[in-house]
Design a protein around this ligand. Structure first.
Ligand code: SAH
Ligand code: SF4
Ligand code: F3S
Length: 470
């Protein structure tokens, strides 16, 4: 619990505007939501634009290059909003949070003196105190990895988590892949206690959440303890979340191939609520490059996991991350990546050009790959991935799928939803169906998603009394 002194307690009753911009992975999305929850009791309400905002937070990502430059250019855009407030005699605070904050620390306030607060991903539970200090004209730089966990200090949700919610269960990483900054920005691997997670999942379910994605930088290395000090693995946690009334769909991300244990693979066969889609990054199809990357497994090991997953759950679809142009990568290595992609046949993938990150071993490795070669390899890889993704989506044309409507469509009368395989679907739908899982006939399939028609007559009929009562 954080303590508010009597003077600041008054502030809780004054409505203030909070603007948060989020980059990076789902954990940052989760963190941004939690920051809003922490600030809500102090009177901060989230707004869509920085105009007239009392507090502006950039929640940043450091994973690939130019991250820092993007933050500074965004900071430059926020500055006039702060100045406009100052002209009215009011103080607006600008904060840089997340992984760039963790990596750059005081460099940020040195370069942009108008920044009031810089804090890393493990310290945002101290936001109320930091705001108090910053309001007193002090500049705050806090990139500690505190002994206590931020998760022990999070309040309940200020707003419902929504039909599909992220739930961080694990943070940090001890794997030290040679290209990656995460072990440095997020710190050591840590799993949340079981009861805390279940309690949060139940709160989500009570507020109408139907789908939960369990998050972690290395989520399948999860090893949380329960109140009796027994350690649970991810498969056990998934089973417990599946028992929560109202939760219909479970996902988890992101996983490392090394941690795909038998229990987790079996869970894909035995827990129906566990969705038949898995993001399992492999990065490269070449054993030589995998070793240089310190991924600690071979291409064959990965393919074997995929085979076992498909045995456990024949309709499972896969996605992955790839890096092209890691130092030392040859044409032959790249050809092996292409071969792996052909073997696995993915439903969707992310692919990136290697971007040297200061402070990581990869950044000083020999055999730097020229930019034009990186470009050619990326294009070749992406062409194949696009082909696979389009074919995957086309395979659903004419089929009827359960779709969870979790977003408003661009046009009125349209909702966007997700299939069990993570495809986006848009359909004409009554707003009343927002948050529901509805049978949708797929009428169109594209590279990036599907379009469909609701199978029931519910959109045109009046709401059933039962639904209204719910
Ligand atoms: N924890 C996850 C990945 C986190 S980062 C895992 O272990 O898979 C998300 C993705 O960004 C990575 O899978 C990788 O493909 C990409 N990535 C990370 N560092 C990168 C770098 N330096 N250059 C290019 N891509 C990178
Ligand atoms: Fe980064 Fe590797 Fe850890 Fe994933 S497993 S977060 S890629 S160091
Ligand atoms: Fe980016 Fe940090 Fe996530 S570097 S990918 S926001 S862990």
């Amino acid at each position: 619990m954080w303590i508010i002194n009597p003077a600041s307690r008054k502030a809780a009753y004054v409505s203030k505007k909070l603007y948060i911009k989020t980059w990076g992975c789902q954990m940052n999305v989760y963190d941004s939501k939690k920051m809003a929850d922490i600030l809500a009791p102090l009177g901060y309400q989230e707004v869509e634009t920085p105009d007239d905002a009392d507090m502006m937070i950039l929640n940043t990502c450091h994973i690939r290059e130019k991250a820092t430059e993007k933050v500074f250019s965004d900071l430059g855009r926020l500055r006039p909003f702060k100045e406009a407030k100052a002209e009215k005699g009011e103080k607006a605070l600008i904060a840089v949070a997340g992984c760039v904050a963790q990596a750059e620390g005081a460099e940020i306030t040195k370069r942009a003196k108008y920044v009031d607060m810089v804090f890393g991903p493990q310290i945002y539970h101290k936001l109320p105190e930091m705001i108090l200090e910053a309001t007193g004209q002090k500049r705050i730089v806090n990139t500690e990895f505190p002994v206590e966990s931020k998760f022990d200090h999070l309040p309940g949700e200020a707003k419902p988590a929504g039909p599909s919610a992220f739930l961080s269960v694990q943070e940090g990483c001890d794997k030290f892949c040679t290209f990656c900054v995460v072990p440095y920005t997020r710190g050591a691997e840590f799993s949340r206690p079981i009861e805390q997670i279940i309690e949060e999942a139940k709160r989500f379910a009570d507020s109408g959440t139907k789908e939960i994605t369990l998050l972690g930088q290395n989520v399948n290395a999860f090893h949380g303890e329960d109140a009796k000090s027994k350690t649970w693995n991810l498969a056990e946690l998934i089973a417990a979340v599946a028992d929560i009334n109202g939760i219909e769909r479970i996902r988890y991300t992101t996983s490392h191939p090394k941690d795909m244990d038998d229990a987790l693979i079996d869970a894909h066969g035995s827990i129906e609520k566990l969705m038949p889609f898995l993001h399992l990054p492999v990065q490269s199809g070449s054993d030589r490059v995998l070793e240089l990357m310190n991924r600690k497994h071979t291409a064959e090991f990965y393919i074997d996991i995929i085979d076992r997953l498909r045995k456990a759950r024949p309709d499972i679809a896969l996605s992955s991350d790839f890096i092209v142009g890691f130092p030392g990568e040859t044409d032959e290595d790249h050809a092996q990546t292409m071969e792996l992609v052909r073997k696995v046949n993915y439903a969707s993938c992310y692919s990136f050009k290697y971007s040297p990150r200061p402070g990581t071993p990869g950044a000083v490795m020999k055999g730097v790959v020229a930019e034009d070669i990186k470009n050619t390899r990326l294009q070749e890889l992406q062409a194949l991935l696009v082909e696979q993704q389009t074919a995957f989506n086309k395979g659903f044309e004419g089929k009827t799928l359960p779709v969870l409507f979790d977003r408003k469509g661009q046009k009125d009368g349209q909702l966007l939803g997700k299939t069990p395989w993570m495809q986006s679907v848009h359909a004409e739908a009554n707003a009343r169906l927002f948050g529901e899982i509805v049978e949708v006939e797929i009428t169109g399939a594209f590279q990036n998603g599907l379009s469909g028609k609701i199978v029931t007559t519910e959109t045109t009929s009046t709401p059933s009394p039962q639904k209204d009562a719910a």
